[in-house]
Design a protein around this ligand. Structure first.
Ligand code: CP
Length: 309
């Protein structure tokens, strides 16, 4: 099995074999969530801390469900409920958490590189659950698992990622993963949301995308991340929605088997028409379901070293 790491910090670091190992492991765990009794003893006695400094529904809950389905003990600490608010540094907080002997710490933080910093300070395995606009590796892995489930193979699939690319850790992690697995990625959005030099990541860039829809196997829509910028990046949400929002009308020339993806949370009526979000091409809730299996796989692979001792 090809995955011998202490931490999961990003997709950029992984090679295609490591990604495939995580996806294969996730696939083998998927049926546990379909059982009447959704619990296996695999991680019994393991302690997992979830340390989320930003809001989360999908990532936090699916990591917690993944841990509990494998019989690990999971504990949550938020920034606002911790002694960070009394002035304790992040490093000291993390060292104190480590002193309680967890087997793994999962961190989400608004500052890019925070999980990498903690991985340098601690011996405990660290999982990046999203660091600012940098990476969100488990989101990309669950997206890849969903694509493989529906398309069987990755090679030469055409993917269009639409939205606020410059603030999207989901876009970055997916671009890294999709390129490694042989997919062809195009990004689309208002010019102010496309990072300069993004072509260096081996993607095509377009500022309007209707003409590309008939060629696409996958269209991934992204949320405009208003919380990550101070100045407006375009004149109005109404204009953004008109130019970039995915509607049934825009999809009229799409392939019959196109997949519509979104990492969530969706702003209905902005980047996605509700008729598309809930329509026959949408695999958005499959992504969420696969998030549990992928996170079970990540917890298992990172804790495996200590299980075998
Ligand atoms: N996709 C995602 O990361 O969602 P949450 O912010 O709800 O975890």
């Amino acid at each position: 099995m090809t995955f011998q790491r202490n931490d999961l910090l990003g997709i950029q670091d992984l090679d295609p074999e490591e990604i495939t190992t995580i996806l294969d492991t996730a696939e083998s765990f998927r049926e546990i969530s379909e059982r009447d009794i959704k619990k296996v003893p695999t991680l019994r006695g393991k302690t997992i801390i979830l340390f989320f400094h930003e809001p989360s529904t999908r990532t936090r809950m699916s990591f917690e469900i993944a841990g509990k389905r494998m019989s690990a003990d999971t504990f949550n600490i938020s920034a606002s409920g911790s002694s960070l608010v009394k002035g304790e540094s992040l490093k000291d907080t993390a060292l104190n958490l480590e002193a309680m002997a967890p087997d793994l710490i999962i961190i989400r933080h608004a500052v890019p590189g925070t999980p990498h910093f903690l991985a340098q300070c601690l011996k405990t395995p660290i999982v990046n659950a999203g660091d600012g606009a940098h990476e969100h590796p488990t989101q990309a892995l669950l997206d890849l698992l969903t694509i493989r489930e529906h398309k069987k193979s990755f090679r030469d699939l055409n993917v269009l990622i639409v939205g606020d690319i410059s603030h999207s850790r989901v876009a970055r992690s997916n671009i890294f993963g999709m390129n490694k697995l042989g997919m062809k990625v195009t990004v689309a959005g208002p010019p102010t949301t496309i990072p300069p030099f993004i072509e260096k990541l081996n993607v095509n860039v377009t500022y309007q995308y209707d003409h590309l829809i008939p060629d696409m196997d996958i269209i991934m829509m992204l949320r405009v991340q208003k919380e990550r910028f101070n100045q407006p990046l375009f004149p109005s949400m109404r204009e953004y929605s008109k130019l970039f929002g995915l509607t049934l009308n825009r999809l009229k020339n799409a392939r019959d088997d196109v997949l519509i993806m979104h990492p969530g949370p969706i702003n209905r009526g902005v980047e996605l028409d509700p008729l598309v979000a809930d329509g026959p091409f949408s695999v958005i809730l499959d992504q969420v379901t696969n998030g549990v299996a992928v996170r079970m796989a990540v917890l298992y692979l990172l804790c495996r070293g200590t299980l075998e001792q």
